[in-house]
Design a protein around this ligand. Structure first.
Ligand code: FAD
Ligand code: SIN
Length: 525
C-alpha cells in the first residue's frame, strides 16, 4: 500500500506525540509506532522533568549543573536555549492535560531533587511521571481529527535518492528524505509512506546491552536508519548507565529505582551496609550519574559481588509509601519491604546521549528529516546527561522541529517516483533461533567490553566479535523475508558498531566514556 501525508512521525513517545500536537493544525499527520502506542521509555520515566519554575532557583544554576554533568563538552548555546524554554513547554504539557504533583499549598508544583542538581527542580507525578505524560499526550492526540495513529507499524528504512537508483554516500550533498518504508506487523506487508516532512522519534538503544532499564522496543532503529541512509550521527560512545536498577536478574527490562530516592535521602551502601561514596566524590550518593555508576561498578568488582544496596529507610514509612508508591509496591512483590530492608541494586544501560545529529530546529543532515527525543543528539547532554533533562529536551526539540516543519510544509511536495519495497527473491526465514541467539551474544559482548569501564583491548575485541556477527546477519538478511526481529537485530548491530567506533576514536576520558588506557580530561567546568 502507498500512503501520502504531510507530516510523518515515527514513534509515539513524548517527542513524537508532542510534535504531532503542534503540527496537526497545519496538515495531515500520521504517527507510526511499532508496538502499542503507549510502549516506549517515556511511560517508564519515574523521576520527572527538570525546569526552573520559581525564583528560589535560577536558569543560571540549571545551566551550570547541566554543563558540569556534561563534563565540559555540552553545546552551551543549546543548553541555554533548552533551559530557558523549559517553563513554557511545561505549561503546554499541563494544557494538554498532564498532571504534575502540587505541594501542600496546592498552588505550586512539588519539586524533587536528583543527582547533579544543585536545587529542587524536578516536576513529577509521584514516581511514575512518564506514565502520566504518556497518558496525557496520547489522549490529546487521539482527540485530534488530523492525526492518525497506527500501531504495529515498524519503520524499516528512510526513503532517499538511493531508492530512485542513485548512488548515495556520506559525501552526497543534499540527501533528501521522501518518507519511510514500514512493515505492517499484522500482515507482513511492507508499505510505502510518502511525506513532505518526516520526524524520527524512535527513542533509545538500551537493548544493545544485556542489562538495561529501557523497554524491549529500544533498539536504536532511528539511529540505524539514518546510518544506512548516510546521515550524520554523533557522540554514540556516551551511553549512560543508571546507577540504581533493582537487582532481579530474571527481569527484563531492569526495574529502575529512581534517583529521586537519593534526592530524598537514600544512601548507597556496600554489602556490609557501609557507605562508600565518600571515596569517590564529595557529592556522595548525589554525584552525577557517570561518577556514581563507576563507583558502584568498582565496588562490585573489588568485592566480587553482583549487587550493592540502596538504603532508603531514612526517608521514613510515610515518605516511601506516599512518595514512591510504585517502587514500594514493586519491591514488596519481591519480598523486599523498603521501609525495613535495603534495596539490592546494580547499574544498567539507561540512556543514549548521542544519536542523530540535529541543529537547533531539530533538522538532521538529511533534508526534510527531523529527529527529536532520545534518538537525536542536540548537544544538550555533552558527555553525560543530567538527570531529568531528557524529557525536557524531547519537548523543547519537538516544539522547535514543529515550528521549522510548519514553516516549510507549503514549499515541499511529495515525490511520486518512489518505487515500492522490492521483496523479490527472498525466502521465508525459519531460523528464529539464529536471531535470538545472535542478539544475546551481541548484548553480552557490549556489556562485557563496551560497558561502564572500557580499555583499548576490550574495544578491539568487541569490534572483532561484532564483525563476525555483522557478516552472519547480513547473509541471513539477504536470504530472508524481512521480519521485525531481524530488522531490530540489524539495527542493534549498527548501533553497536557506531558506539565502538566512536569510543575507539575518543582519546580522552570524558563524561560517560571511561577507558583504563586513557587519561582523564581536565576540561571540567
Ligand atoms: P520513547 O518514549 O522511547 O518512544 C519511542 C517510540 O518510537 C515508541 O513509540 C516506539 O514504539 C517507536 N519506535 C521505535 N522504533 C520504531 C520503528 N522502527 N518503527 C516504528 N516505531 C518505532 N528521562 C527524564 O528526563 N526523566 C526521567 O525521570 C526519566 N526516567 C527514566 C526511567 C526509565 C526506566 C527509562 C528507561 C528512561 C528514563 N528517562 C527519563 C529517559 C526518558 O524516559 C527517555 O529518554 C524519553 O522518554 C524518550 O522519549 P522518546 O519520545 O524519544 O522515545
Ligand atoms: C530517575 O528517575 O532516576 C531517572 C531520571 C532520568 O533518567 O533522567
Amino acid at each position: 500500500m502507498r500512503y501520502e501525508v504531510d507530516f510523518l512521525i515515527v514513534g509515539s513517545g513524548i517527542a513524537g506525540l508532542s510534535y504531532a500536537l503542534k503540527v496537526a493544525p497545519y496538515g495531515k499527520v500520521c504517527i507510526l509506532t511499532k508496538g502499542e502506542a503507549s510502549e516506549g521509555s517515556t511511560r517508564y520515566a519515574q523521576g520527572g522533568i527538570a525546569a526552573v519554575m520559581y525564583d528560589s532557583d535560577s536558569f543560571d544554576k540549571h545551566i551550570h549543573d547541566t554543563l558540569v554533568a556534561g563534563d565540559g563538552i555540552c553545546d552551551r548555546e543549546v543548553v541555554e536555549m533548552t533551559i530557558r524554554e523549559a517553563p513554557d513547554r511545561i505549561r503546554e504539557l499541563v494544557q494538554y492535560g498532564v498532571n504534575f504533583d502540587l505541594d501542600r499549598s496546592g498552588d505550586r508544583f512539588d519539586l524533587h531533587r536528583e543527582g547533579g542538581h544543585s536545587e529542587f527542580r524536578i516536576l513529577h507525578h509521584k514516581d511514575n511521571t512518564g506514565a502520566e505524560i504518556e497518558r496525557g499526550l496520547l489522549e490529546a492526540v487521539r482527540r485530534h481529527p488530523n492525526i492518525e495513529l497506527k500501531e504495529r507499524q515498524f519503520a524499516i528504512d528512510i526513503i532517499t535518492q538511493h531508492h530512485l537508483g542513485q548512488r548515495v554516500t556520506k559525501h552526497t550533498p543534499n540527501i533528501e528524505c521522501y518518507g519511510v518504508y514500514a512493515l505492517d506487523c499484522d500482515t507482513n506487508r511492507i508499505d510505502t509512506y510518502l511525506a513532505k516532512v518526516t520526524l524520527l522519534a524512535t527513542g533509545g538503544m538500551g537493548n544493545v546491552y544485556s542489562t538495561t532499564t529501557t523497554p524491549i522496543i529500544s533498539t536504536g532503529d532511528g539511529v540505524a536508519m539514518v546510518h544506512r541512509a548516510r546521515g550524520v550521527l554523533k557522540d554514540m560512545e556516551f551511553m549512560q548507565f543508571h546507577p540504581t536498577s533493582l537487582y532481579n536478574p530474571a527481569e527484563k527490562p531492569a526495574f529502575l529505582i529512581t534517583e529521586a530516592m537519593r534526592g530524598a535521602g537514600a544512601i548507597l551502601k556496600d554489602r556490609d551496609g557501609k557507605e562508600f561514596m565518600q571515596k569517590y566524590d564529595s557529592r556522595l550518593s548525589l554525584a552525577p550519574r557517570d561518577i556514581v555508576a563507576r563507583a558502584i561498578d568498582n565496588e562490585m568488582k573489588l568485592s566480587g559481588k553482583d549487587y550493592l544496596y540502596l538504603d532508603a529507610r531514612g526517608i521514613g514509612r510515610d515518605g516511601l509509601i506516599n512518595g514512591f508508591p510504585t517502587i514500594y509496591a514493586k519491591c514488596l512483590e519481591l519480598g523486599i519491604n523498603i521501609t525495613k530492608d535495603m534495596i539490592p541494586i546494580r547499574p544498567a544501560a539507561h540512556y543514549q546521549c548521542g544519536g542523530i545529529a540535529v541543529n537547533r530546529e531539530g533538522e538532521s543532515s538529511i533534508h526534510n528529516l527531523y529527529a527529536a527525543g532520545e534518538c537525536s543528539c542536540t548537544g544538550l547532554h555533552g558527555g553525560n546527561r543530567l538527570a531529568s533533562n531528557s524529557l525536557l529536551e524531547a519537548v523543547v526539540y519537538a516544539h522547535n522541529a514543529a515550528q521549522s516543519s510548519i514553516a516549510r510544509i507549503n514549499q515541499n511536495t511529495q515525490n511520486n517516483q518512489i518505487p515500492d519495497w522490492n521483496a523479490e527473491g527472498m525466502v521465508l526465514n525459519e531460523e528464529m533461533v539464529l536471531i535470538t541467539q545472535t542478539k544475546k551474544e551481541l548484548q553480552e559482548i557490549m556489556w562485557n567490553y563496551v560497558g561502564i569501564v572500557r580499555s583499548d583491548l576490550r574495544l578491539r575485541r568487541a569490534f572483532d566479535r561484532l564483525n563476525l556477527i555483522f557478516r552472519e546477519t547480513e547473509d541471513l538478511y539477504n536470504r530472508s523475508v524481512l521480519t521485525e526481529p531481524l530488522s531490530e537485530l540489524r539495527n542493534l548491530i549498527a548501533c553497536s558498531y557506531l558506539t565502538i567506533k566512536m569510543a575507539m576514536a575518543r582519546r580522552k576520558n570524558v563524561g560517560l566514556h571511561y577507558s583504563l588506557d586513557l587519561i582523564d580530561d581536565s576540561a571540567k567546568d
